[in-house]
Design a protein around this ligand. Structure first.
Ligand code: PBG
Length: 315
């Protein structure tokens, strides 16, 4: 035996020295849910530790986040009313638009990303304009342009289209030549989004999202989605969910070598919290192992509800 791989594992110091993947707060993006009102912190039942926040509370929360070293957030909105065309999504004084303005006022250096989708704003809960019982792809694109433009006008740094409409990146690129686009390029129709839909009140009122989000049996198709989005002008591409799709993250990074994000989604959060609360796993260790694995797979940064807690452990 000439080569003994255990040599480098003998002490914590040696292990640290040769560790290939390390985490820093710079790698994390914290998702927040903005709701109307003042002084409101509405707990989300299936996501212990997460809240729907009124804008004043959101600003307080973001100030605390920045102190832990995390410099980026992604915003979702819970509007006060919904309609078939999701008008709350592009209203000048919509909940996300107001939240972005307040956050950029209070914390100009905070990187504010916005989720560009219609499901939180439509009364039917689908991610676009309906024609009969189907989401009409091309009729939806102008609405997504309006939503993204309204976010950028409010001060958003990055727009993140998440509705899996064909051609959305090209449409946003045309409307916003100089804005950073983070495309939810490979987004699977996943049961792991369950808690988010409770948090955002965005569950479809009929059917499911399988006619626009991807089938979880498919890997090659994810690369085709990503290739198209890069051609259309995406700056960063995302794979979502993260944990059950580490192979996709890894193949995408190897194939395209482009900036990449992964979304450690609500169901992934809920599972770890639930097992942690019962004492079945060591929550902190599982979180750090999980986030490191997502980065090791090839993701440059991670959208995760653990961002605030985990960053505090890293510094
Ligand atoms: C909006 C959107 C969803 C998520 C992010 N953006 C929900 C969905 O597609 O149903 C899920 C995030 C999570 O589960 O944490 N389309």
């Amino acid at each position: 035996m000439k080569t003994r791989l255990r040599n480098l594992r003998q002490t914590a110091g040696l292990r640290k020295l040769v560790r290939e993947t390390t985490l820093s707060p710079d790698d994390l993006v914290m998702p927040y849910f903005a709701r109307p009102g003042k002084g409101q912190r509405t707990p989300i039942g299936s996501m212990p530790g997460q809240f729907q926040l009124s804008i004043d509370e959101l600003v307080k929360e973001a100030r605390g986040l920045v102190k832990t070293g995390v410099g980026s957030i992604i915003l979702f909105g819970i509007p006060s009313s919904k309609d078939p065309k999701g008008s709350g999504g592009f209203a000048k004084n919509g909940i996300v638009q107001q939240a972005v303005r307040a956050l950029k006022d209070a914390l100009p250096d905070l990187v504010v990303m916005t989720d560009v989708c219609m499901c939180e704003y439509t009364d039917h809960g689908h991610c676009g304009i309906l024609k009969g019982r189907e989401v009409d792809n091309d009729a939806t694109l102008p609405y997504l342009q309006k939503i993204a433009v309204s976010h950028v006008e409010a001060g958003a740094d990055i727009v993140a289209p998440s509705g899996m409409m064909d051609g959305v990146v090209g449409a946003l690129r045309q409307a916003l030549p100089k804005t950073t686009i983070l495309s939810y390029a490979a987004k699977y129709a996943s049961a792991f989004y369950g808690p988010f839909r409770e948090a955002a009140g965005s569950a479809p009122q009929f059917g499911d999202r399988k006619a626009y989000q991807m089938d979880y049996g498919n890997g090659d198709e994810a690369l085709r989605e990503i290739r198209l989005d890069l051609e259309e002008g995406a700056d960063i591409i995302m794979v979502k969910p993260a944990l059950a799709y580490l192979d996709i993250i890894s193949r995408a990074k190897e194939t395209f070598g482009c900036p990449m994000a992964a979304y450690n989604v609500s169901g992934e959060y809920a599972m770890i919290k639930a097992a942690g609360e019962r004492g079945w796993i060591d929550e902190k260790k599982v979180i750090l192992e999980t986030l490191t694995s997502i980065k090791r797979a090839g993701s440059d940064f991670i959208l995760t509800y653990f961002a605030r807690g985990a960053a505090a452990w890293m510094t």
